[in-house]
Structures are given as C-alpha cells and as structure tokens.
Design a protein around this ligand. Sequence first.
Ligand code: F6R
Length: 610
Amino acid sequence: MCGIVGIVGCKEKLGDMLLDSIKKLEYRGYDSAGITTVSENKILIRKDVGKIDEVNKKVNFSELKGNIGLGHTRWATCGRVTKENSHPHTDCKEEISIVHNGIIENHSELKKELIEKGHKFQSETDTEVIAHLIEDNYDGDIKEATTKALKKIEGSYALGIISAKEPEKLIAARNESPLIIGVGKNENFIASDVPAILSHTKKIIYLDNKELAVLTQDNITVFDLNGNEIKKEINEIDWNAEMAEKQGYTHFMLKEIHEQPRALTETINGRIKNNRVDLKEELNLSSKELSEIKRIVIVACGTSWHAALAGEFMFEELAKISTEVEYASEFRYRHPIISKDDLLIAISQSGETADTLAALREAKKQGAKILSICNVKGSSIDRESDIVLYTHAGPEIGVASTKAFTTQLVVLYLLTLYLSQLRKTLDDNTIQDLIANLRKLPLQLEKVFNNEEEIKKLANIYYNKSNALYLGRGVNYPIALEGALKLKEISYIHAEGYPAAEMKHGPIALIDKEMPVIFVAPKDIYTYKKVLSNIEEVKARGGIVIVIATEGDEEIKKIVDHVIYIPKNLYTLSSILAVVPLQLLAYYIAKKRGCDIDRPKNLSKVVTVE
Ligand code: F6R
C-alpha cells in the first residue's frame, strides 16, 4: 500500500533526505508522491502523480527546507490518481499537513459533517477528512486535536502529521496499518517499513494499534487514545542499510533471486544440531502439544499461498499430519471450523497482509494455536502469533516475491522434519538423509545460476508470446503456479499454472504452436513418467515445451524443445531448486519487454487492505 516516512530534527538537506527515504518505500505504491515540510512557520507541500523520480523532476523536492517533514508514495485506494488526491493533504488554513496509509471507512459521513461546518475540501480522498477533523478539534495542542480526531474515525491508518503552529512536533498514529518509529541521535523518524530509515538508525519502536506518538528531535512519547502514556521497548534490528540497496544489480528482483543461496543458508543456520532439526527454542510449545496436533491449517495469499501448498505436501508426506491450505482472503468468510487441536500456520513475507492477519485472528478466536512463518520482525502477524519461525531472507524490496518464497519452503521443510522427529514418523537414518540433502541446497542453487545465459536466450525467443501454461505435479504443482504468477505479474503475459494431469480436462484446448508450456519435471519416483505422457500430449498438439529437468536426464531432451537442468536432489527439495529458473525466465522476459520489473503496474508489495 502507501509508503510513509517522517523526520524531526533533520541535520541534512531535508528535501533530499525525505526523497531518498520514500524511494526506499516505492515498492509499496507508486501512483503519486509528495513531500511536506515546515519552514519559517509555514507548511510547504510539493506533490504530483507518477513515480517518485518523475514527480521529483516536476517539483524538485530538494528545494524543500526545514528540519521537520513527511514523505509519501501512494497506491491509490480512495480517490483517483490525480495531483489533488496525492498526499500530503492539509486543512482549510494549510496549517496542518498529513500523510496516510490505510482506509477511513466512515469518511463520507465525517466529510458531510465537516462540510456543513464550513470546511472546504480539495480532494476526493478519505485522508483529507482527517486533516479537517484535526483542524476542527485544534485548540493549541496538535496531540490533543489528533487524539480527538482519531476517536471519531473508523478504519485503518498509519499517519504522520505536522503542524505550522507546533513545528517541533511530529505526530504519528497507527491502527491496522504498519508504522514504526526510528530512534536517532537528536533526530527521530517514522516510517511504514524499516528500509526507509535503515541508513539512519537500527533502533526501532513498533507502534501498536490505536497508539499515538509525539516525536520531537530528542524525545519520543507514546500514548493510547485515552491520553495514557505507554512505555515502549526499543528493538535493535539486524538488517543493514546495504541489504536494502541494489548493489550493482539492474533490479531488486534480480539481486534478490541471486541472494537465495545466502538466504537459504541463513534460514537453515542454527536450526540443525547433531543431525537433528532443533526448533525447540523457537517453538514455545511442549513436545506433547506438538505431538498432539491433529490437523494443520495454513492460510496465506499469493506467493506465500503457493508455499503453503508445498507445505501441505511436506506435512502429509513426511510428518503424516493432515493439512489444509486456505486462501486467507476466503478463510474467515466461509465459517471455518477450527478446533483447539488444530495448528494454524500463517505464512507472510511482509507480516502485514490484511487478509492473512484477519484469517489468523479468526482462527485465534476459535482457539487454535497460531504459528507464523514471517520475514519481518515486529510486523503485525509476527506480534499476533503464538509462535514465529522467521525466514531469514533479509529485506525483500522487489514487488515480485522470490527469496521470501524459497526461504518459506525451507522453513516449512525444517518444521516438517522437526514434527516428524517428535511424532516419530521417520526413522533417524531417513531424517539424517533428508537433513544432508537440505544442507546441499544453497550450493546447488549457485549451480542453477550457471544456466542464466541459457534462460536469457529462451526469454529472447519467447518474450513476445501472449500466453503461457505452467504444469507440474505433486509438490511441483505449486512451483508451476508460482512460475505462472511470476510471469504474469512482471511481464503482463497471461499465464496459468495447473497440475500437469489436469491439462487434459480442459486447458489442452489452448495448446497450439503459439503456446509455450513450461513443465516442472524433475525426476522422481512418483509422477515423472506420467508427466512425460503429459509432455507428449502437448507435443502432439504442436505446443512448445520447455522443461525444468534433473541433471543427467538425457531422455527428456529428445522429446521437448528446451531443457533447463537443475541439480539432483530429493523430490521435495528439488522443487526449491526448480522455482529459480522460473523466476529468472520471468525476469528476463519482463526485461526484454521493457517492463518496470520492480514496480509492476497495479501491484503493491504490502497489501494492507482486505
Ligand atoms: C507475488 C507476491 C504476492 C504476495 C502476497 C502475500 O510475487 O509477492 O502474491 O506473496 O501479496 O504477501 P505476504 O507474503 O507479504 O503476506
């Protein structure tokens, strides 16, 4: 959704500092951008539609002076993409300036009341209502006025507010939309997400729902909406500023694809001891509780949902626990039946996805234990879960998820092995074999990159196609889905993923010489031979077949158009290797088509609306 950043006590050139910080949040939305500061007791605002660099060319943010200010990058929810609807928004007298992420549900009623009182509106947004509401309650104290306004609004918000009359104070508030406070030296910050302020501080305070903070350059005080002060913990985060930079890669997505060997290593590290998976310290449930889980229900969205489907396969195959996977967005509206013996797993890279959070809360209400697999410490999902297993992927900035996905798969695999150990569904030798193969993954992934030039050539041949099918079976079916999602979201080519055998029940009608069909077909003992038959079916109808196959599989070469080899590993683990060529294929096709890969149209990295 939108990205917010704010600073009080800025020592550098304020306009440049805020510009630099909102650029680091551009993955959250890029319909329009704006910056506001207070200088000589006046609110200054520059904003316009377009991506941040385009807006900057038009308005020159660098010229904005002062030592307190806010920046915003928008993903439009309420109101069209116009200059007037871009943030920041102000009150009638232009003495209060605000930026907002979220949706104010009762904005129409409030706007009507405010218009009746004589307030003049300039935009169609819900956000502007908040500015006027604060103005309406202002009696010399911006904190008091904001508190009163917040009591009247319903909905989600992360807010940054500055005022010309109290230029030493930055007000921040949150409800259901993420907002963090960065603690600096004689300067303090707010931001929607850590990367925006990483180059300034690693000390973070996480605001909770219905909390409001007053930041001055040397003080931070947090209150509830009744005005009671709340003591907050300062957390030190372990990401560094370089992790949120492109480091010579043309796009964040390519950098993040290449970071996967390291991300996998970091996700495995410390979780294997004496040839056993050890999650004891992270899973604060007793062995008895874990052994007694009757059913696992996994909720997630998008790419994380694909990881969930692979997880289902792992839990059932190895730990022998019945598992169901749900779209988080559907879960709570279909009256799910959840019991205390269920373990609900929420998977989310950002930890802020509104649908996943809502599903988690529904399951919690019904008494399930909540375990989340999450990449962002301090995020809402992290904080509302009983147990969290982190994917140590580092910040993922590219809108298309890559390293978050493979690290989610690794965490699911580790959890499966841990539960298998406790429930004794696998013997020691098998566990050791599985662990040894898991440990091979990072190095094997490095080898996948040896095929990058070949993948680029394939992209150059097929970048102009309008459709693509991705097929796989078993644990490779979610990999096929993920390959199709990657292609459609960054290249805008229509792509579908199916279980390979399902093709003959309908999608086969689409096959012709214009249709590339990408099979995920590493050699396995379960379905490989059947997949070969599916490949023959496509070839017989003139389709183009590209296959992800296991090194050494020379036979497959004879029946398909192109093969991309991946190193040999166990069936389930090879799916983690198989997705990487699909990520690269999508990347190079999108690049050849001239797409804006890190900022695909209509998408946002963090979806905080249901
Ligand atoms: C696709 C993608 C999205 C996310 C989805 C859930 O590349 O990134 O489909 O996977 O929006 O996001 P998280 O994992 O943050 O809950």
